[in-house]
Design a protein around this ligand. Structure first.
Ligand code: UD1
Ligand code: UDP
Length: 380
C-alpha cells in the first residue's frame, strides 16, 4: 500500500485537491493522510466541510495580513516532524501558493517524492501573478510526478527541460469539482432552493455581473482602479447589478468596502461556499475576475470572463474565446464591460461552454498513475 500525504493551505487548493483525495480514499491501494497548513482559515473551512475532509493535522499558521516569508517559514519548520511521524511515499501539493511551494520543498528536503497537481502553468512573467509564477516554477524543479492539466502546460514543462516520462496530462481537477457541484445542485431541489434563498437579495429582473479579486500585485492602485471601474459600470448600466464576494485579505477588504460600500446595486458579500459560488456562476451574465480557478470554471460553463490582470497562465480560455485579458485600468474595464453588455453578438461569442480545461475525470487519472507507480518506479 502506498502512503500518500496531501498538503495544502488555501481555498482553491482544497477545491482542486478534494476530488483527488476522494478518488484515492476509495482505492484500497492507498493510505491517505491530509495535512493543512492553515494558510487560510474561514475560507478553507468552507471547502473542507463540503468535501467532508477532516485533516489529520493543522499548522493553523494564518495571521492577519500575513507575509510570504512567514507562511513559508511556518511550513518549513512545522512540517518535518509530521513527515518523520507519517513517513509518506509521496507528498501531493497543488498549484502555486506559498503553502504548496514550501510543502513541496520540505518533502524534497526529507527525500520524499513530490506530486504536483496543476503543474506547468506559466504566465511568462515572474512578477505576475506574484509570487505564484515563481512558486510554481520552483516546484517544477524538484517535482517527481507532474500532473499537467493541459497540453499547453505539458509543453511549458518540456521547454524547461522536465523529463517527458514524468509529465502526465490529466485535465484540471477543478472541472471534476465543478461537474460534481453542478450535478448535485441540479439533482437536489432542496439544495437549489436553499442556495437561491441565500441569494434572494438579487433581483432576477436585473442582469448579473459576478466579481472576484485578490491578487497581491494589484494591491493599492490596482484595487482602487478596479473599484472605481465597478462604480462606473453600475452607474452607466442601471439594469445591471453586481455581486462581489469579497476576499478576506484586509488589503482587499479596505478599498472594496470604502469605495463600493452602500451602493444599492453592488452587493458586497463575504466569501460564499462553493455550491453558492457555482450557482452564481450559472446565474450571471458576465464575470470580472483575477482568479485562476474562476477563469477555468467560467470558461467551462460558457460565461464570458474579463480577466482583470496583465497576463494569464490560462491561454486555453483565451483561444476558446471565453477569456479576455484586460488589465486593471479603470477606463479599459468600463469600456470592455460596456461592449459586452451592449453587444449581444460579442457576448454570445464569448459564452460558448468549452472543455479546454478538462473533462471532469482528472482525479481518477491521477489515482491510476500513482497506483501504477507504486513500487515499480526505477527512475527515482
Ligand atoms: C493566497 C495565495 C494565492 C491564492 C489565494 C486564493 C499565496 C502567496 N497566495 O492568497 O495564490 O490565489 O490564496 O484565495 O500563497 N484571510 C482571512 N481568512 C481566510 C483567508 C485569508 O482572514 O480564510 C486574510 C488574512 O488576513 C490573511 C490574508 O487574508 O493574512 C492573506 O491570506 P494569504 O493566504 O496570505 O493570501 P491570499 O491573498 O489569500
Ligand atoms: N470560490 C468560492 N467562493 C467564493 C469565491 C470563489 O468557493 O466566494 C471558489 C471558486 O469557485 C474557485 C476558487 O474559489 O474554484 C477560486 O479561488 P481564488 O479565486 O481564491 O483563488 P485562485 O483560483 O485565484 O488561486
Amino acid at each position: 500500500m502506498s502512503r500518500v500525504l496531501f498538503v495544502f493551505g488555501t481555498r482553491p487548493e482544497a477545491i482542486k485537491l478534494g476530488p483527488v483525495i476522494e478518488a484515492l480514499r476509495l482505492d484500497p491501494s492507498f493510505e491517505v493522510r491530509v495535512f493543512v497548513t492553515g494558510q487560510h482559515r474561514e475560507m478553507l473551512a468552507q471547502v473542507l466541510e463540503l468535501f467532508e475532509i477532516v485533516p489529520d493535522a493543522d499548522l493553523e499558521l494564518m495571521k492577519p495580513d500575513q507575509g510570504l516569508s512567514e507562511i513559508a517559514a511556518a511550513v518549513l519548520t512545522g512540517m518535518p516532524e509530521l513527515l518523520s511521524a507519517m513517513r509518506p511515499d509521496v507528498v501531493v501539493v497543488q498549484g502555486d501558493t506559498t503553502s504548496a511551494f514550501a510543502a513541496g520543498l520540505t518533502a524534497f528536503y526529507a527525500g520524499v517524492d513530490v506530486a504536483h497537481v496543476e503543474a506547468g502553468l506559466r504566465s511568462g512573467d515572474p512578477l505576475a501573478p506574484w509570487p505564484e509564477e515563481v512558486n510554481r516554477r520552483l516546484l517544477s524543479v524538484f517535482t517527481r510526478y507532474h500532473f499537467a492539466p493541459t497540453e499547453d502546460a505539458r509543453a511549458n514543462l518540456l521547454r524547461e527541460g522536465v523529463d517527458a516520462a514524468r509529465i502526465h496530462v490529466t485535465g484540471n481537477t477543478v472541472i471534476d469539482a465543478l461537474k460534481k457541484a453542478i450535478s448535485r445542485i441540479e439533482a437536489d431541489d432542496a439544495l437549489r432552493a436553499r442556495l437561491d434563498s441565500e441569494l434572494s437579495f438579487l433581483d432576477p429582473a436585473r442582469r448579473l455581473i459576478l466579481v472576484t479579486g485578490h491578487r497581491r500585485e494589484s494591491f493599492g492602485a490596482g484595487f482602487e482602479s478596479i473599484c472605481q471601474a465597478l462604480l462606473e459600470i453600475a452607474r452607466e448600466h442601471p439594469g445591471v447589478e453586481i455581486v462581489y464576494p469579497v476576499h478576506l485579505n484586509p488589503n482587499v477588504q479596505e478599498p472594496v468596502r470604502r469605495i463600493l460600500g452602500g451602493h444599492e446595486r453592488i452587493h458586497l458579500v463575504d466569501p460564499v461556499g462553493y455550491f453558492s459560488f457555482v450557482r452564481l456562476l450559472t446565474r450571471c451574465e458576465l464575470v470580472l475576475t483575477d482568479s485562476g480557478g474562476v477563469q477555468e470554471e467560467a470558461s467551462t460553463l460558457g460565461r464570458p470572463v474579463l480577466v482583470m490582470r496583465d497576463t494569464t497562465e490560462r491561454p486555453e480560455g483565451v483561444r476558446s474565446g471565453n477569456l479576455r485579458v484586460i488589465g486593471t485600468r479603470r477606463e479599459v474595464i468600463v469600456s470592455e464591460a460596456g461592449l459586452l453588455l451592449r453587444d449581444d453578438d460579442r457576448r454570445e461569442a464569448m459564452s460558448r461552454p468549452g472543455d479546454a480545461f478538462g473533462d471532469g475525470k482528472a482525479a481518477s487519472r491521477i489515482a491510476a498513475i500513482l497506483r501504477a507507480a507504486d513500487g515499480s518506479d526505477e527512475t527515482r
